[in-house]
Ligand binder design. Structure first.
Ligand code: MN
Length: 493
């Protein structure tokens, strides 16, 4: 992530990447941010404005809607100056203001204080994600720049931020399929958390890249020539070097022997369509001998996070072993940007809450957490376990409520307010009247119907209320009803 000092650089990037961008709003957002942070310096000695500029630039690189890019410029304004959310709403409208508001709120909750707070933080991130995933993208960009300028911070803060990034942010980015940002978060954290290991892996990598670099570029040239000869058009071919933290983890599984890591430098081929992917694979196998057992068709069988590509590892004549990764542009964008790929440089990038595709992905993430434990380290499993048995449901206004799996409308009603619970008479789930004991599912929109004359909860509700909160409120209310009834009886005597 680059430190950028000038608005011009952001603007020219936006001009070249977005169709018909609203540069007036972007400029106004910059002016407000500039004025709000004027004269202030970060601990690194740089002007504060460099931070929102970098965050905003990253969001533009991710291809998010310009509202998100503008909100990136404004993300620290409310915290650092007298400008209020209401001011922003008046000047920039609802969408930008609420993005800034959500990021500001998340700031106060994501603080690391012991293991329990930690789990709570992850839960809150997940909630924010369910409500508007763009807020989490903003949080990633914010965190990434803070990590990259961490040298200005005192040692203990460096370690806390790096650990939190590695253990909370990076796994969430990974779950969302955002491998680009996940890798950047990991590498930046790695250098602070395990500085010796980081330097060691980095040095080994540099030696290997020097050793193999020339040979790999020769393989790239040969492949390129062959593809052109075979009339393939509109393809890109380039070498990619494995990220350091990912290399470090992989080496631990291979006796710390870098010689055993075949995808240290991989050759990536991005082609026009699926047909070209298989054609390219065939050509590569005609030219180089493939290593047995290393041909993987993730196009026919995508990875659980949706990753698609063809992988093969080959021997070149000079005994160089190289992995090829072949994919279409669409697969490439999905591999790098994950769920954010859906929004890349689209006209309408505002998120619709009832967008079922997004809800499906969220549910998918939850399922994956249950079944794909082997992809994660023990520690990560423990942290992510927190989400396993949770569902996420909506109020008719679109607020997200999280509940344990198996929860019923009664749990939902008490989660909103104990009086909603006590006065609850019936429920509509996705606009259909249902029984109060129906099991809710992620993505349901729930409307509780109350009757203000209702005296209190039905003790039978205890048979299907799942949350501790609802159960204790039902018991409390039932007890006080009983006391009123008893005192009524006593008065009569
Ligand atoms: Mn910030």
């Amino acid at each position: 992530m680059e430190t950028i000092r000038s608005y011009d650089k952001l603007e020219s990037f936006v001009k070249t990447h977005y169709p018909d961008p609203d540069l007036i709003t972007l400029r106004r957002a910059y002016d407000v941010a500039e004025a709000a942070h004027a004269g202030k310096l970060r601990l690194t000695g740089q002007p504060v404005i460099t931070h929102p500029l970098a965050v905003s630039y990253k969001l533009a690189e991710m291809g998010l809607h310009l509202n998100v890019v503008s909100a990136g410029l404004l993300h620290d304004v409310v915290e650092d100056s007298a400008v209020t959310i209401e001011d922003l709403r008046a000047q920039f409208g609802d969408d930008i203001a609420s993005l800034v508001e959500s990021v500001t709120k998340l700031k106060h909750t994501v603080k690391y204080v012991g293991e329990e707070r930690y789990a709570e933080n992850m839960r809150k991130m997940f909630l924010a994600m369910a409500a508007d995933v763009r807020v989490v993208f903003m949080k990633f960009a914010d965190r990434l720049h803070n990590l990259q300028t961490l040298y200005g911070q005192p040692k203990n803060k460096q370690l806390r931020i790096a650990r939190e990034s590695l253990e909370i942010y990076a796994p969430i980015a990974g779950r969302l399929g955002m491998s680009e940002i996940k890798g950047e978060l990991e590498d930046a954290s790695f250098s602070y958390l395990l500085p010796k290991e980081y330097q060691d892996v980095k040095a080994q990598m540099e030696i290997k890249v020097r050793e193999r670099g020339a040979r790999v570029s020769r393989i790239i040239d040969q492949t390129e020539k062959m593809m052109t000869t075979n009339n393939l058009e509109n393809f890109q071919i380039y070498g990619r070097v494995k990220r350091l933290y990912s290399l470090y983890k992989k080496m631990q599984r291979y006796d710390n022997d870098i010689e055993k890591i075949y995808d240290l430098i991989a050759v990536r081929v991005v082609v026009e369509d699926v047909e070209d992917c298989y054609a390219t694979l065939g050509m590569i196998h005609q030219m180089f001998r493939p290593l047995p057992g290393r041909i993987k068709d993730y196009i026919a069988q995508p990875k659980p996070n949706g990753y698609q590509s063809l992988h093969t590892t080959i021997f070149a004549e000079d005994k160089t072993i190289v992995e090829f990764q072949i994919r279409t542009m669409e697969m490439h964008e999905l591999a790098e940007y994950g769920v954010a790929a859906h929004w890349r440089y689209k006209e309408d990038g505002t998120q619709d809450l009832k967008n079922t595709r997004w809800m499906e992905e969220l549910i998918q993430i939850q399922k994956e957490l249950e079944t794909k434990k082997d992809f994660m380290q023990q520690l990560e499993i423990m942290k992510i376990e927190v989400f396993r048995d949770r569902i996420f449901v909506f109020t008719p206004k679109g607020d997200v409520i999280d509940l344990p799996e198996g929860a019923t409308p009664i749990d939902f009603a008490y989660a909103i307010h104990s009086q909603i619970g006590n006065k609850c008479t019936s429920v509509r789930v996705n606009d259909v009247v249902r029984n109060l004991d129906v099991t809710l599912r992620s993505g349901d929109i729930i409307e509780i119907i109350t009757n203000k004359d209702r005296r209190g909860p039905n003790p039978d509700w205890l048979k299907f209320a799942k949350t501790h909160h609802a159960r204790s409120k039902i018991r409390d209310a039932t007890r006080s009803n009983m006391r009123q009834w008893l005192s009524g009886m006593l008065k009569k005597k």
